[in-house]
Design a protein around this ligand. Sequence first.
Ligand code: P5A
Length: 431
Amino acid sequence: MKYSEFFIPTVKDAPSDAEIISHKLMIKAGMIKQSSAGIYSWLPLGLKALRKIEQIVREEQDNAGANEMLMPTIQSADLWIKSGRYDDYGKEMLRIKDRSGREMLFGPTNEELITDIFQSYVTSYKELPKNLYHIQWKFRDEVRPRFGVMRGREFLMKDNYSFDISEEEAKNSYNKMFKAYIKTFLRMGLTPISLRAETGPIGGNLSHEFQILANTGESTLYYDKELERLNPEKLDPDNLQSYYAAVDDQHDENNCSVKKEDLKISKGIEVGHIFYFGTKYSEKLNAYVQDQNGKKIPVHMGSYGIGVSRLVGALIEANHDEKGIKWPKSVAPFTLSIVNLMPDDQNCNTKSLEYYSYFMSNNIDTLYDERICSIGKKLSDNDLIGTPIQIIIGKRDLSAGVVEFKDRMLNKSKKIKIEEVKKVILEKINS
Ligand code: P5A
């Protein structure tokens, strides 16, 4: 993509109501524009980041055996009346009437709708287990939408729902998702900490939330330092769940099972939450199947959520400096920026275009900055939008047979010989 053909409306100053760094940087980098309180338009660069994050979430769900589907954003109130949550949800639910006066709502979550879909088709234990997910916009009329996409009213969630014949089987499904969540966050270069959690309006008695470490996070976490050293190839959910981890209001120094020297205290952001709630919804919404003895029993269910749009903000909270965003490679909107400092110089143009077509043909998401503007603006814009690998091409460097290679994550630059650029960059990207 050529920079001049892409819409990245970077701005100098973030609005005064942007309190946290990710909100400021997302506006400054031209990723989002507020449409009304807690509701945002995703501009091309923001959407690119959102899609990369969504794709990692999707791949790990597929790897764990969940099936993707898509449910609507607008739901009928009927199922919610049946489950008893229509009143319980209170003002957080956005209620709408259609032209015939039927009560509808903008879905804040999908336990009711998916249970109804399931019970329409599945009648036997032989068809279990099942695990269905979608990635869809939700609406919650939060009292105080703030912090940009971190606590929006409209937000993108991956939510899935598991159906099993027994509590034991349901715990298996729960643990599969637990593992998939840890893998998902590790792939994004984040450090996930899992904690026992409250179930709130979703219900049930088993729940974990997943926080990622970020110095600017809202929660204070107390946890066993082992939780920071996870090997994605050797994840044992039962073992992980046995480690000590608590948020500040749950933490009790006298009741803490970890030695003082092994206890870590860090800031975190909640990006995922999983629940096992047994037969809470299946009984009310008639999701019964026949067991091996022909007896009809309600299915055991769990639900699992990842805040996909919140992750964009959380990733920025975890990876930034005074110049802007420092995207981890796996989720960067662009993996590589080619910054042509002298677009009016023949040599700079030829070399930049040669690299651009080479990396594009190697399927590397490349931003070619060929804008006619000051060198300072070019460098600061590419740092602000946080492209992890940058090659900076200048007239003087080229005549010395080199270009500048910048690792944005480490904030380190070095000169590399022009004939080595392709190899070095490919190695760096694949490392
Ligand atoms: C689990 C999936 C649920 O809704 N039902 C379906 C369950 N859980 S939850 O904890 O309420 O939400 C799951 C994740 O969604 C993100 N999230 C939000 N993101 C941005 N703005 C919001 N207002 C918001 N509310 C929830 C969080 O990442 C949460 O962990």
